[in-house]
Every structure is written in C-alpha cells, then in structure tokens.
Write a protein that binds this ligand. Structure first.
Ligand code: NAG
Ligand code: NAG
Ligand code: NAG
Ligand code: NAG
Length: 563
C-alpha cells in the first residue's frame, strides 16, 4: 500500500505519536493493586524505613517523580529496544542523608525501583569525592537520546570507596561538595559485581551492582546503584556496595506474626498446565500413602516411612546410601504419582539477605512425580523423550524477596530445572485486585515461570519444551503452608534433615526414545543430531540423579542466584 520511501518516516511519526500519547512504560509509576502488608505495632526494627548498618544509617528511597529527577534517557537498545533512563535521587532527601549513586532502569518497565541513601552516624564515614574521572559518554553512540550522558566515577580520599557513578548531560565535572554523591569509609563497604542487565548496546552493558558475597550470613548490602561493563573487560568503574557491620543479620527481619502478614499479602497462586496429571502433595501425604525408604545393600527390604518422617536417616550427606521410592503396589504407585492438589502444603524457608536488609521467603513445593521431557526439534513440535526426565520426588521453589525497610515485595525468583530467573515485582502478573503473584508451573517438569506460553531450553530451533498455561488446577500457597526454616528457632519437621535423595537414581537409555519413535520417520543424519542434542542436556536439568530436599540445597542459606 505504501511506497517504501514514505513508509519509514510514517512509521517513525506513528512511533512518536504513540510515545507522546501513551508515553513509555517507565513514565508510569508501578503500584501494587492491593493494600500493602501492614507493619504490626510490635515490630522493633522491621518496616521502620531506616536500618542501622553500624556507622551508617540507611534509608530506601523509592524512585518516583517526587523523590528523583530524570537526568537522561535513550530511546533505543536494551530490552524491547526501548532504551533506558537514569534518575538522580534529589528531591525530599531526608535531612542529613546523602546519595551514594544514581538509579538506572529499562524504559520497558513501569517506574519501579529504589536506591539507598545514607546518614553518617560517626561523622567520618562519608566524604565527598576529591575529584571525578569521566569513564564513558554517549556522545558518539548515534542513538536517539536526550542530549548526551557523561558518566563520572568519584575519586575518593584514601580509605574511602565509591558506591555509584554520577551522571551529567554536559562534559563539565559534577559538583564536588554539596550536591555530590558520597564516598564511604572502606570498612563499611564490600566488593560488588554485575547483577541484572539494565541496558546493552554495542559492547557496553549497564548493570545493577550487587554484593559478590550473598547469603544468610553475608554482610554485603545491595544499594540500588548501577555500573557498567565493556565487553571483555573487568567492571568499569570499579564500585563497591555497603556492608552491614552489625553482627546479627536477623535483627531487622520480620517477626513470626509479621511474616504471616507478609505471606498473606504476597503468597503466590500457582497454575498447573491443563494436561498436567503429576500434581503436588504435602510431604506427609506422600509418606502416608506408601513411600518407601531404601538402603543400599538391602534393596529387597524397603521400609515404609512414618507420616511424620521420624524414621528417615538424619544428617549426613547425599551419599547414595539411602533413597526414597514409590510403594511396591502398582495401583498405590499410580495414586501417589498424581499427588494430592487439594490438600497440598507448601514449605517456607525465611532467610535474611543482603546483610539483613531484605527477607527472602523461599516457597518450596513438592511433587511426588516429575513427568517425562518433551523436545521441540526441527519440524517436530513435541517429541516425547520416553522416560527421559522422569523421576520420583520433585522439589521446586519460588522465592519472594521483600524489603525490610518497608515490607514491599521487590523481586521473585523462579526455579527452572538447574537454574532460574529473577523477575522484578513490576513485571509480574497478579491475582486480580491483589498483590499475589501468578505463577505458571511447566507441564511435567514443574519449572516455575512468570508467564504462560512456551519456553524452549536449548538452541533457537530446538530444545526441551516448557509449556505453561492456566487451568482449573491451581494452588493457592497462602491456603496451606508450614514454616520449615527461619530466624526464630523454627521446629523443623524430621524430613528437612533427611539429606539423601527423594527418588532413586535413574538410568536412562537415551537411544530408546529415538529408536522407538524416530526410526521410521527421521533420516539417519537427523537421528544422529537428535541423539547429540539429548546427550548434551545437563543431568541436573532432567533430575536424573534423584533430587534432594530443600535443606540439602545451596540456596537454603545462599542466594538463589549464585551464578
Ligand atoms: C542534621 O545534622 C545537623 C548537624 O549535625 C544537626 O544539628 C541536625 O539536628 C540534623 N538534623 C536531623 C533531622 O537529624
Ligand atoms: C538476632 O536477632 C534476632 C531478632 O531480633 C533474635 O531473635 C536473635 O536471638 C539474635 N541473635 C543473636 C545471636 O543475637
Ligand atoms: C535389611 O532390612 C531389614 C528390614 O528393615 C532388616 O531387618 C535387616 O536387618 C536389614 N539387613 C541388613 C543387612 O541391613
Ligand atoms: C512420629 O510417628 C510415630 C508413629 O507414627 C510416633 O511413634 C512418634 O512419636 C512420632 N514422632 C513425633 C516426633 O511426632
């Protein structure tokens, strides 16, 4: 219809028009739909807005039009090719609090984020920079942008470290004193590294920075600042995060009652696929319905597990000496495999994160059976891999990461086979009118996703299928849960300290599905390729080794994202 010459400018005009009328997603502030969890009156430190890190008091400033000024943005590159924006926390900074860096976020997200500002308690823990070095600018990038951005790394006095960069829109150095960002005394800082990607363009990555050491005992504090890396070079500029020098990481955590209130607000709703038949159950149900404990060398004498799990071996390590399996009776096995969705319980592990400034609520879900994997390969939409992927006893989890400053949900981690992804709260789907994230469990494999649809794990055209969709099979995690780990001396059920496998080791014959299904249809060279693909699927992804329980995993005390 259009001549090509007119088409492009027209498209551009249309783009401008749409941007003018609707704006970019970042021009709207993200708001939770439902009420935020109330901070209970007896909370001593949790939800008080300020946290004492020892020598520094910090506040979490939510980035909004009233608290921050947009300094610069580009309209290209990065997520959805929408560019990103940089904000300076400036307006209404609480009295005597200083900024430590600037905030950056992709334009394809609603404005949602925060940054820490700090107050010097001793008088010598914050210092203005003595100089700034220009580390990068966007003048020669050739992208659509609001002017040009200049990035400045603070040069700090000896014994002090920079936490963020300063951004200007002219090549003049930033102010050295009053409006500057502060350097922090070295003893109150820790090393940081690249976290999530904000924007990437022609070899430059703008990244959030996070502490290198993360876990329930780690002291590094996430500051909300950003940094950037040039490909194939070390992080530049070299920035630090804060450190909680108070010894008790749990002192700002929510109380037991407050945790219940938080979970009531944010407990996820998990959808299983319409075709899913292998649904979750409580651990108690699995044991009470005939699960057996096997011991190496005495395989012919498996022992029924007591419903409270007290006869499981305690402690030790995953040494192949013991494993669990289904009842010997076939009918009983078929029943157990299908789980008990209506009476399912989820299991919560509550842990301090980022030097006790955040609370992770890890929500563990148990499925007695993990169904087989399906492959998308060339023109074959879904090739059943026979027994590959099947295993007894499947533990999956999602983690809610909640601010100890204000009780707001920040991110959710989704476990997906051997890895997982972090999703910002502004990018989640919620149960209508509330703050409960909607989660999709993949068909058979039960990997957790934030969106329905198909996700392929593998190369572009082929990979293991993860199929997610809504159905009438769903689990409201808030309805039945048990806290199995937390900072207040939780009475752990006996099965948490069973560190061996929840299913037997499975020996797959990878050639079998290829032979039985593909022999007649696929030419030899395609079969060969298929075999190579299947061989390359990591063992952990298919759970071949028989999975271990929540407490045997690194994430019990560590961060979910350790790589
Ligand atoms: C800010 O610091 C000054 C000087 O130390 C002090 O007099 C003032 O009370 C402080 N203001 C607040 C709100 O803490
Ligand atoms: C740490 O703080 C928590 C919460 O205030 C408290 O229950 C716990 O006993 C403290 N632990 C230590 C070792 O002081
Ligand atoms: C094998 O298990 C049975 C039943 O629990 C037990 O009586 C027997 O002593 C075990 N044998 C060995 C060699 O452990
Ligand atoms: C566990 O159950 C067994 C029998 O089912 C019982 O004898 C035992 O006292 C229970 N233990 C606990 C700690 O509840």
């Amino acid at each position: 219809m259009f001549n090509n010459i007119y088409y492009k400018p027209l498209l551009f005009l249309l783009h401008l028009l749409v941007n003018q009328t609707n704006g970019l997603p970042v021009d709207t502030i993200f708001k939770f739909q439902g009420p935020l969890p109330p901070i209970l009156p007896h909370e001593v430190h949790f939800g008080k807005g300020t946290i004492d890190l020892g020598g520094l008091e910090v506040k979490q400033v939510s980035i909004s039009k009233t608290t921050a000024k947009r300094v610069w943005r580009t309209y290209e590159g990065g997520r959805d090719n929408m560019g990103f924006s940089i904000f300076e926390p400036i307006n209404n900074l609480p009295a005597n609090f200083s900024k430590l860096g600037f905030y950056a976020q992709p334009n394809n997200q609603k404005l949602f984020g925060w940054i820490l500002v700090a107050r010097d308690v001793s008088g010598s823990n914050l210092r203005p920079p003595v100089d700034y070095i220009e580390v990068w600018n966007t003048a020669s990038l050739g992208i659509r942008q609001d002017g040009h951005a200049y990035f400045w790394q603070p040069v700090c006095l000896k014994g002090y470290k920079p936490v963020g960069v300063f951004v200007t829109t002219s090549s003049r150095k930033p102010p050295m004193k009053k409006k500057s960002i502060s350097c922090v005394r070295s003893e109150l800082t820790e090393q940081s590294e690249a976290d999530t990607l904000v924007w990437g363009f022609k070899g430059i990555n703008v990244v959030n920075s996070r502490p290198i050491q993360r876990g329930t005992q780690a002291t590094g504090v996430y500051t909300g600042t950003f940094s950037f890396q040039q490909l194939n070079s070390s992080p530049l500029p070299y920035l630090f995060c804060l450190k909680n020098t108070k010894l008790n990481m749990s002192s700002n955590m929510p109380s037991k009652a407050q945790t219940r209130t938080l979970f009531k607000t944010y407990s996820p709703l998990i959808y299983f696929h319409p075709k899913e038949i292998f649904l979750p159950s409580s651990v108690h149900w699995f044991f009470a319905n005939g699960a057996l404990l096997y011991k190496k060398g005495n395989e012919s004498n498996p022992i029924p597990i007591q419903p409270n799990g007290t006869n499981l071996p305690q402690g030790g390590s995953n040494d192949d000496l013991f494993w669990l399996d289904y009842p010997l009776d076939k009918t009983a096995t078929e029943k157990v495999k299908r789980g008990d969705l209506r009476n399912t319980k989820v299991y919560l592990n509550i842990k301090p994160m980022f030097g006790g400034t955040f609370t992770d609520i890890a929500v563990w879900i148990f499925c007695p059976f993990n169904g087989n994997a399906h492959l998308k390969f060339l023109f074959i939409k879904s090739l059943s891999l026979g027994q590959i992927g099947e295993h007894v006893g499947d533990w999956e989890h999602v983690t809610l990461r909640i601010s100890n400053f204000n009780g707001k949900l920040w991110r959710v981690y989704f476990s997906q086979h051997s890895g997982g992804t972090l999703v910002d709260a502004c990018d989640l789907e919620y149960v209508e009118g509330g703050n409960k994230p909607v989660i999709y469990s993949s068909l058979h494999g039960h990997a957790m996703f934030s969106k329905p649809g198909l996700v392929l794990q593998g190369k572009r055209r082929y990979g293991i299928r993860n199929d997610m969709a809504r159905s009438d099979k769903w689990l409201d995690c808030g309805k039945g849960y048990e806290v199995i780990g937390g900072p207040w001396g939780v009475v752990e059920p006996a099965w948490t300290s069973y560190f061996r496998k929840w299913g037997p080791r499975v020996g797959y014959k990878i050639d079998k599905p290829i032979k039985s299904f593909a022999k007649k249809i696929l030419p030899m060279f395609v079969r060969k390729r298929l075999r190579n693909i299947i061989r390359k699927i990591p063992y952990e992804m298919l759970g071949e080794d028989g999975p271990t329980g929540p407490k045997a995993k690194m994430t019990w005390t560590g961060d979910d994202k350790y790589s």
